[in-house]
Design a binder for this molecule. Structure first.
Ligand code: ADP
Ligand code: TYD
Length: 199
C-alpha cells in the first residue's frame, strides 16, 4: 500500500507520517517512511537545489523538471521496489504538491505538470491524507523551526493561503484516495483519526 501526506508547510505532515509508520510497524507491517523532494540519494541531492536559496532562484517551469526528476528517481529506487516486496510506503508529500506548488503558484502550469506526471511517474498513492491547518498558524509553526530549507515558506502567507485552498480542490478532484484531516487538534488526536483509517 502506498500512502501520502499532503498539506501546507507546518501543517503536521512529517509528525503524522512518522506516527502512522510507528502504528503500522506495531501491527507487524514492513513500512518504508520516505519524503519528497528526496527519498533516494539522487533525489536528496536535487532537494538541496530546490529548497535552498532565493525564492526566485528557479522559474516554475525549471522547478517542474527538477521535482519530476527527483520523483522519478525516488519511484525507481525506493517506492517501486518497496511496493513490489509488499511493504507499505508512507511518503511525506508526493505528486499533489507538484500539481499545486508548480502547477498553480506562479501561473497556470497544471497541464504541463499532469503531462509529465503521466509520462514519467504514472503512479498515485492508494490513500492521501491532506492535513488542513489555518495558513497563518501553519506558517508560524514552519518558520519557528527554520531549517535553511525555507525557499517556499519565504514566498509568504498569501501563497500558503492559496495552497491551502488548492489542497481542498485536490481533495474534491480525487475523492477516492483523498481524506481531509483537521490538523488543528492535539498531535495524538490527529494521529488516532488517521490510524482509524487502517482499522
Ligand atoms: P510539516 O511536515 O507539515 O511541515 P511538521 O510535522 O514538521 O509539519 O510540524 C511542524 C511543527 O509543528 C513542528 O514543530 C511540530 O512539532 C509542530 N506540530 C505538528 N503537529 C502539531 C499539532 N497537532 N499541534 C501543535 N503543533 C504541532
Ligand atoms: P517539505 O520538506 O515537505 O516542507 P514542510 O515540512 O515545510 O512542509 O517540502 C518542502 C517544500 O517543497 C514545500 O514548501 C513544498 C515544496 N514542494 C514543491 O514545491 N513541489 C513538490 O513537488 C514537492 C514534493 C514539494
Amino acid at each position: 500500500m502506498f500512502v501520502s501526506f499532503e498539506g501546507i508547510d507546518g501543517s503536521g505532515k512529517s509528525t503524522q507520517a512518522r506516527l502512522l509508520a510507528d502504528h503500522l510497524r506495531d501491527q507487524g507491517r514492513e513500512v518504508v517512511l520516505t519524503r519528497e523532494p528526496g527519498g533516494s540519494p539522487g533525489a536528496e541531492e536535487i532537494r538541496a537545489l530546490v529548497l535552498r536559496g532565493d525564492p526566485g532562484r528557479w522559474s516554475a517551469e525549471t522547478e517542474i523538471l527538477l521535482f519530476t526528476a527527483a520523483r522519478r528517481d525516488h519511484v525507481e529506487r525506493t517506492i517501486r521496489p518497496a511496493l513490489d516486496r509488499g511493504a507499505t510506503v508512507i511518503c511525506d508529500r508526493f505528486a499533489d504538491s507538484t500539481r499545486l506548488y508548480q502547477g498553480m503558484s506562479r501561473g497556470d502550469l497544471r497541464e504541463t505538470v499532469d503531462m509529465l506526471h503521466t509520462q514519467m511517474i504514472g503512479i498515485e498513492p492508494h490513500l492521501t491524507f491532506i492535513i488542513e491547518m489555518d495558513p497563518e498558524a501553519a506558517l508560524s509553526r514552519a518558520l519557528a523551526r527554520r531549517t535553511g530549507e525555507d525557499r517556499f515558506e519565504d514566498m509568504g502567507l498569501s501563497m500558503q493561503a492559496r495552497m491551502a485552498e488548492g489542497f481542498r480542490e485536490i481533495a474534491a478532484t480525487f475523492p477516492d484516495r483523498c481524506r481531509l484531516i483537521d490538523g488543528d487538534r492535539p498531535v495524538e488526536v490527529v494521529a488516532a483519526d488517521i490510524a482509524g483509517h487502517f482499522a
